[in-house]
Design a protein around this ligand. Structure first.
Ligand SMILES: Cc1ncc(COP(=O)(O)O)c(C=O)c1O
Length: 382
């Protein structure tokens, strides 16, 4: 199922190099869990929750098993249930729409902006019905959706916002890490994410203490954390068993302090791409002045996409087609999702998008190589 070891000249993932550089710190952190008591592991996870909350400037954080489960738990904690409608996008991972459907709710698809590929706030209001309960924007490729504007629409209609920031750990908007405008923000720590574990992981952050309490209950079996005087257990709701694994928490705790440094490197690579490709036929993403993306990859639009994609891969560059096709083209949704008939920008982007490697370990020379190969391919195919 998995591809053989990476043989690309410019790969999109080389975290093994970063881990090697952190070898001693990682060994110490993993040792603490491996040779500690069961409680030590829980403590490591709790310490990570505190550190992550601080890093994204939020009061509450619940560390969970994965972004997929995290989205589901976040929706449930916000009271989303059978028959409710949730407005979201089609250019995302299956996890986004699947989480909505696992709640028994209905994803209503809204088109995106051609500039940064995120939910278009101007198109939300016509999709609101008496059954709409929430909006679920996605920070695709690490580009912050305009959640500040979405917040004013949500406020007007009494809707919740669950922000899918799975790809956006390190992004900021209006000068703050993502999460300032949503009810719950979901960050993923899957291996290919900007802050990656070596398995699964995610964090749910919120400013609302009542939502935080529900997130925690749902994540930990629905168990009331106190055992009674008689020694009896008590479960307040039927929850799940979905906390972040303690070894992943230990790994992530070592890496978190480097997030800012890696974010700067990713942005520098994106700037290099921007300078090198601005005079070509490629259409580059553009952003609001307040938006500071992390650039999980550098996603651009090109003519003759399949030829360019193949040409890059043949030259040893690990270009990828992330979120192609959009979810409404998957077999699982063959019966249609509301809104799927009117997604012209989403469909157009899916025909043109190609994601270039952005990894903090990539050198200037490697990025220059990608730019040179791409310029040549764009000329050859024009
Ligand atoms: C946009 C988006 N949302 C949610 C997820 C799910 O995250 P996880 O892999 O941690 O379950 C992903 C995973 O790739 C994603 O890309």
């Amino acid at each position: 199922m998995y591809a053989p070891e990476n043989t690309f000249r410019v790969p999109r993932w080389r975290v093994d190099e970063t881990h090697s550089a952190l070898r001693e710190e990682l060994h110490a952190a993993l040792d603490r869990v491996l040779f500690g008591t069961m409680k030590t592991g829980y403590q490591v996870r709790e310490e990570f929750e505190v550190a992550f909350a601080e890093a994204v400037q939020q009061p509450y954080c619940v560390a969970v098993h994965s972004g997929t489960l995290g989205l589901f738990i976040a929706l449930r904690a916000c009271g989303i249930s059978g028959g409710d409608e949730v407005i979201t996008v089609a250019n995302s991972d299956i996890s986004t729409t699947a989480a909505i459907r696992h709640c028994g709710a209905i994803p209503v698809l809204c088109d995106v902006q051609a500039s940064d590929y995120t939910l278009n706030p101007d198109l939300i209001e016509p999709l609101v019905t008496p059954r709409t309960r929430a909006i679920l924007p996605v920070d695709l490729h690490g580009h912050p959706a305009n959640v500040a504007r979405i917040r004013s629409i949500a406020k007007h209609y009494g809707l919740r916002i669950i922000e899918d920031a799975a790809l956006a750990t390190g992004s900021c908007d209006f000068g703050k890490p993502l999460g300032a405008f949503a009810d719950v923000t979901v960050y993923s720590f899957a291996p290919l994410k900007p802050l990656g574990s070596l398995g699964n992981g995610a964090a749910l952050v919120t400013q609302d203490s009542a939502i935080n309490a529900r997130l925690r209950l749902l994540t930990h079996y629905g168990h009331a954390s106190m055992v009674s005087e008689t020694g009896h257990q008590n479960y307040v709701i039927e929850g799940y068993n979905a906390p972040l694994d303690t070894f992943q928490a230990a790994l992530l705790s070592v890496k978190l302090p480097f997030l800012q440094e890696w974010t700067h490197k990713r942005r520098a690579i994106a700037r290099q791409y921007e300078r090198g490709l601005s005079h070509t036929s490629a259409i580059l993403p553009s952003f609001r002045a307040d938006s500071e993306p992390i650039f999980r990859s550098y996603a651009i639009r090109v003519p003759h996409r399949q030829m360019i994609y193949q040409g890059l891969r043949d030259a040893g560059i690990e270009a990828v087609l992330h979120y192609v096709p959009p979810v409404h083209h998957y077999t699982v949704y063959r019966d249609g999702l509301p809104g799927s008939q009117s997604l012209p920008i989403t469909d157009k982007l899916a025909d043109e998008i190609i994601c270039l490697p952005v990894s903090p370990e990539n050198t200037d020379e490697e990025t220059k190589y990608v730019i040179n190969v791409l310029c040549r391919l764009l000329e050859e195919t024009s």
